[in-house]
Design a protein around this ligand. Structure first.
Ligand code: ASP
Length: 339
């Protein structure tokens, strides 16, 4: 996708919304990772603040439940010195029947600069960025089963910090691929960053048809699927998005696809284990692995703050440039009229 036709970018190719890594180029993803790297240290400082979003208003709009994503977005905005409002949808006017569009227009009228949106409808964040509030930076915090770009990019940050370059790595994504917005964006990001061996492991009932067209391999057998891999990413069964039963039982699923210490031995000895959370112990992962030395699960949470600081600061700066360019255009047009 060229920069001029990508809704996420300004005319000059700067990030102004972050909706999915799909359509962004390698340079942009690397810039996001480099910026995030520079923010990891902020979390280790005594005073965990930088002034990049001082005077800006960020509204967190979570129409779907979240623990990690919501709290790390809030912390990220605070560490960037923004004024942050986290709207509790259950007690807001949306629950009294106000439409999403009306809620957003009211928030825009309060001069909000950025909306962080999680919604159960695929395409919600894209729709808002395109049709509703194009001059407010929109960050997609997960839309239906479509995309979860900040999760995918914090996973890339984890991989890059612990494994280095993407080209030689073998990465297995295991479990409920069909219903996972995380898996979709991870595949896009891994491919853009140059990873050649991306393996999707899981039962056929949880494997989207035609997924091989994305340049990945599919495996129904867990042991051979994770054999010799550098990175294993486990996924949660997204039962809330399953219309009917896709599996015989949780016990059977664990027997076939659960990551145990014995299974982990099939991967490279220094392989890392990741999971976007929430984890279900004894269903997709054994406690000994989740809490073991190869687990990156808690590191991912910390990197999530740095990564979210990076996309928020980059999108805000792109959005400001765009607004300035529009203001210059309007004033030169009104100058022409007067002359
Ligand atoms: N936290 C991730 C998401 O929001 C993964 C999950 O819920 O399983 O999609």
């Amino acid at each position: 996708m060229s920069s001029s036709s990508n809704l996420q970018l300004t005319k000059d190719g700067e990030l102004r919304h972050f909706l999915t890594p799909e359509g962004l180029d390698r340079l942009m993803l690397e810039r996001i990772l480099d910026t995030a790297d520079s923010f990891v240290v902020v979390g280790n400082q005594e005073i965990k603040k930088v002034p990049l979003l001082r005077g800006r208003t960020v509204v967190n709009l979570f129409f779907e439940n979240s623990t990690r994503t919501r709290s790390t977005f809030e912390l990220a905005a605070k560490r960037l010195s923004a004024d942050v409002l986290t709207l509790d949808i259950k007690t807001s006017a949306t629950s009294k029947g106000e439409s999403l569009l009306d809620t957003l227009q009211n928030l825009r009228a309060m001069h909000s600069d950025m909306f962080v949106v999680r919604h159960s409808d695929s395409g919600a964040a894209h729709f808002i960025a395109e049709q509703v509030t194009p001059n407010v930076a929109i960050i997609n915090a997960g839309d239906g089963r479509h995309a979860h770009p900040t999760q995918a990019m914090l996973d890339m940050l984890t991989i890059r910090r612990h494994k280095g370059h993407f080209e030689p790595l073998s990465v297995a994504i295991v479990g409920d691929i069909s219903h996972s917005r995380v898996a979709r964006d991870q595949i896009h990001a891994l491919k853009i960053l140059g990873c050649k061996d991306i393996r999707l492991v899981g039962p056929n009932t949880l494997m989207p048809q035609g997924i091989e067209n994305m340049g990945v391999s599919t495996h129904n057998n867990m042991d051979s699927g994770i054999s010799g891999t550098d990175v294993i990413i486990m996924l949660r069964l997204q039962t809330e998005r399953m219309a009917s039963a896709f599996l015989p039982s949780a016990g059977e699923y664990f027997r076939l696809y659960g990551l145990t210490t014995a299974r982990l031995a099939q991967a490279k000895p220094d392989a890392i284990v990741m999971h976007p959370g929430p984890i279900n112990r004894g269903i997709e992962i054994e406690s000994a692995v989740a809490d073991g030395p190869q687990s990156m699960i808690l590191n991912q949470v910390g990197y999530g703050i740095a990564l979210r600081m990076a996309v928020m600061s980059m999108a805000m700066s792109g959005q400001m440039q765009q607004r300035q360019a529009q203001a210059n255009q309007t004033s030169s047009l009104s100058g022409e009229k007067k002359a």
